[in-house]
Design a binder for this molecule. Structure first.
Ligand SMILES: *[C@@H]1O[C@H](CO)[C@@H](O)[C@H](O)[C@H]1NC(C)=O
Ligand SMILES: *[C@@H]1O[C@H](CO)[C@@H](O)[C@H](O)[C@H]1NC(C)=O
Ligand SMILES: *[C@@H]1O[C@H](CO)[C@@H](O)[C@H](O)[C@H]1NC(C)=O
Length: 270
């Protein structure tokens, strides 16, 4: 009795094993198709490049690997290079279905809006991410993909600080955040990159750029305020705000007279 039960179990196990080892390659490329269909639907394509090249009707084996900007490795979508195609709209959707995606290049388009906060979950294995020369705005998401070797996000409208967890991007060999609206201290592990990687951001300071003491006063105050808001310091900040506000108003009275931007924050903290 138990011998048959054991045999049945074994057979079931074999069956499971065989189905699970044969189905991924099939469903995996179907996932890639879902990925590309969703990407195509979610972006604005004024030049009709995806419209004409990304044709999902011809379903020959590995057909998606012939699409403009799609690079495969063993029939899996390995890289998506949509650079300079005149694309518009928000950050493309559906990338979470491209489960073998290692490189993503959206550079030189007109994409706008935020970089998704969960980009690390959407594209978990990225080693190369190029979003440069677009109009992405908002803050750089925290917990950006850990395995990145290349990160190019220069020439956008990104604001806020460089997240401190950039210190954990140990494999980074190429980085540019130049020409954005970033401010605050550059995470220490990034000081090995050239100053040109950070240029064009009025409020960034610390190596390889200049000393924070020499940065523009208004940027520095922004940095302090942003830090307090981010660390949920609003309550404690009410007290600290008095001190900061008092000191700042004492030393830089012109900021409070001329900087419209500061008024709501000063009001909020004090
Ligand atoms: C399907 O795509 C393949 C590869 O691009 C091409 O050789 C073939 O002619 C296409 N078939 C049709 C019916 O469009
Ligand atoms: C994407 O293609 C452009 C040329 O169209 C090339 O310059 C760039 O290096 C490519 N990006 C990647 C990540 O291969
Ligand atoms: C500081 O920044 C303001 C605008 O943000 C600018 O007008 C001013 O010239 C800057 N000052 C210095 C010393 O760079």
């Amino acid at each position: 009795m138990s011998a048959t039960a054991g045999a049945t179990k074994f057979l079931l196990w074999l069956l499971l094993l065989s189905t699970s080892s044969s189905s991924p390659s099939c469903s995996a490329s179907e996932l890639d198709i879902t990925c590309l269909k969703t990407v195509k639907q979610s972006v604005v394509d004024p030049n009709g490049i995806l419209e004409s090249s990304w044709n999902f009707d011809n379903a020959t084996n590995g057909f998606i690997c012939w699409f403009t900007g799609v690079e495969c490795w063993g029939r899996r979508v390995h890289a998506l290079n949509l650079s300079s195609l005149g694309l518009e709209g928000q950050f493309p959707q559906g990338l979470e279905y491209c489960t073998a995606l290692f490189r993503l290049d959206l550079s030189n388009n007109k994409f706008s809006g935020p970089i998704p906060w969960n980009i690390a979950q959407q594209a978990a294995y990225l080693t190369s991410l190029d979003l440069s020369y677009n109009s992405f705005s908002g803050e750089i998401p925290i917990g950006i993909c850990r395995d990145l070797n290349v990160l190019n996000i220069q020439h956008n409208q990104l604001s806020g600080q460089i997240p401190r967890d950039f210190d954990e991007l140990l494999r980074l060999t190429s980085l540019s955040v130049a020409d954005n609206q970033l401010f605050g201290l550059i995470p220490s592990s990034l000081s090995k990159f050239p100053a040109s990687s950070f240029s064009g951001n009025q409020g960034l300071c610390g190596p390889p750029l200049g000393d924070c003491a020499n940065t523009n006063e208004s940027s520095l105050i922004w940095y302090i305020i942003d830090d307090m808001i981010k660390d949920d310091f609003i309550v404690v900040g009410a007290a600290a705000g008095f001190v900061v506000g008092f000191v700042a108003a004492f030393y830089f009275p012109h900021l409070f007279v001329f900087s419209q931007k500061l008024h709501p924050y000063v009001y909020r903290i004090c």
